[in-house]
Design a protein around this ligand. Structure first.
Ligand code: ADP
Ligand code: MG
Length: 359
C-alpha cells in the first residue's frame, strides 16, 4: 500500500475558481516528489490540501490507506517550509530550532541533543548563538529547514523554499536538501517552478498546468518520454524545438525543408496522411554535418551564444526558428549556412490537434 494516496483531489475556492482538477498520485514512503509548473498552476493549493491547511473540495487524501481529509496539520504529522522562511528575529538560531520542541514540553537535555544533531546535519553548529539578521540568506533558509526536520514527522513539505536565494545559493541549497533527504529519509513533497530543481532533486516529478496533472514520472521518463507538447517544452533548457506541418507522402515539410516521418510512424503512416503533426527535437540531440541513421537538414545561422561549456546556435530551418546546442569549438567553425542531423531516435512526433505524443 502506498504511504500517501491522493485520489481525485479537487479544489474549488469559495469564489468558484477551480484550482485543482482530479489530482491522482500515490507516494511511497521515503520518496522525494517534486510538483513543478508555472506560477498559478495549482502547486501550492495541492500542497496545502496535503498539509491540512486548505480544505479538500472533493476526492480523498489517505495516509497509510486511512482517510485523512478531516485531520488537522498536527495529526497528519507534517512539517512545512515556505518560501518566506519566517524565523523569529529576536531568537538565536538555537532557540529558533528548539522552539517547536519547547512548545511540546520536551525535556531541555533532549532538546539540546536534537538541536546539536540538526545543526550538525545543516552545518549550523557555529552559528547557534547568532540572531537571524546576522546570517546569510542561505544560512537562514537552512535554519528554516532545520526547524522543520527537528521534529520527527512523516511528511516533509516544501513550497518554493529556495526562491528568495540568489542563483549560487540556490545551487548549493539544492544539493544540501537532497543530501538531508538522503540522511533523514522523510517522505518529501517539494514545490517549484524551476525545472532544473525538479530534474536534479526528484525521485519522481509531477508536471502541472492550469490545475491539471500533465505527467508523473522520473526525471528520465519526462526528458526522454514526454507525454505531450507541454511537458516536452517545459523540461530541458533551452527547450525542445518544435516544427508544425502536414503529412504529405510520408513527409512533413516546413519551408524548403522536410522530414520523413514514416520511420517513426511505421504502419500508421497512412492514417496520418493529410493530418497535422508537430515535430520535436532537443537542441542537444543534434549532430553537425550529415550523419548516418539521421534526418538531414540545413539551416541559416542567425546568432551564436557562447556559454563556455556549450554554444547555443540560433538558426532558421525552413523558416522556423530553432536552437542547436553545439560544442564551442565546432560552433566557431560554423558558416552562415550549416548542415545538421537529427538522429532517428531523437525525433519526437506529436499530434498537431491534441498535442499528445505519438509513441
Ligand atoms: P502555484 O502555487 O502553482 O503558483 P496556487 O496553487 O497558489 O498556484 O494557485 C492556483 C490558482 O488558484 C491560481 O490561479 C490562484 O490565483 C488561485 N487561488 C489561490 N488561492 C486562492 C483563493 N484563496 N481564492 C481564489 N483563488 C485562489
Ligand atoms: Mg505557489
Amino acid at each position: 500500500m502506498a504511504y500517501l494516496t491522493l485520489k481525485n483531489l479537487n479544489k474549488i475556492y469559495p469564489n468558484g475558481f477551480h484550482a485543482v482538477h482530479n489530482f491522482n498520485l500515490e507516494i511511497e514512503k521515503g520518496e522525494f516528489i517534486v510538483f513543478v509548473g508555472s506560477s498559478g498552476c495549482g502547486k501550492s493549493t495541492t500542497l496545502r490540501m496535503i498539509a491540512g491547511l486548505e480544505e479538500i473540495s472533493s476526492g480523498e487524501f489517505l495516509i497509510n490507506g486511512k482517510r485523512a481529509n478531516e485531520l488537522g496539520p498536527r495529526q497528519r504529522e507534517v512539517a512545512m517550509v515556505f518560501q518566506s522562511y519566517a524565523l523569529y528575529p529576536q531568537m538565536t538560531v538555537y532557540d529558533n530550532l528548539a522552539f517547536s520542541l519547547t512548545l511540546q514540553g520536551v525535556d531541555e537535555d533532549v532538546i539540546e541533543k536534537k538541536v546539536e544533531k540538526t545543526a550538525k546535519i545543516l552545518g549550523l553548529t557555529e552559528y547557534l548563538d547568532r540572531l537571524p539578521r546576522a546570517l546569510s540568506g542561505g544560512q537562514r533558509q537552512r535554519v528554516a529547514v532545520g526547524r522543520a526536520i527537528i521534529r520527527k514527522v512523516g511528511i516533509f513539505l516544501m513550497d518554493e523554499p529556495l526562491s528568495n536565494l540568489d542563483a549560487k545559493q540556490r545551487v548549493t541549497m539544492r544539493s544540501e536538501i537532497t543530501q538531508i533527504h538522503k540522511e533523514i529519509g522523510a517522505t518529501t513533497i517539494y514545490v517549484t517552478h524551476d525545472q532544473t530543481e525538479a530534474m536534479t532533486m526528484a525521485d519522481r516529478i509531477v508536471v502541472m498546468k492550469d490545475g491539471y496533472v500533465q505527467q508523473v514520472g522520473t526525471p528520465h521518463d519526462l526528458y526522454f518520454d514526454p507525454a505531450n507538447i507541454f511537458v516536452a517544452g517545459f523540461i530541458g533548457e533551452p527547450p525542445m524545438n518544435f516544427v508544425k506541418g502536414t503529412v504529405e507522402k510520408g513527409r512533413v515539410a516546413f519551408g524548403d525543408q522536410s522530414i520523413d516521418v514514416t520511420k517513426k510512424l511505421g504502419d500508421r503512416a497512412g492514417e496520418w496522411e493529410g493530418k497535422k503533426l508537430i515535430l520535436g527535437f532537443r537542441p542537444e540531440a543534434i549532430v553537425l554535418g550529415e550523419q548516418e541513421n539521421c534526418h538531414h537538414l540545413h539551416c541559416d545561422v542567425e546568432l551564436t551564444e557562447m556559454l563556455g561549456d556549450v554554444t547555443n546556435v540560433y538558426i532558421l530551418v525552413g523558416n522556423e526558428q530553432a536552437i542547436l546546442k553545439v560544442d564551442p569549438h565546432d560552433a566557431a567553425t560554423l558558416g552562415s549556412e550549416t548542415k545538421f542531423s537529427i538522429p532517428y531516435k531523437s525525433l519526437y512526433l506529436f499530434d498537431g490537434e491534441t498535442e499528445m505524443a505519438i509513441k
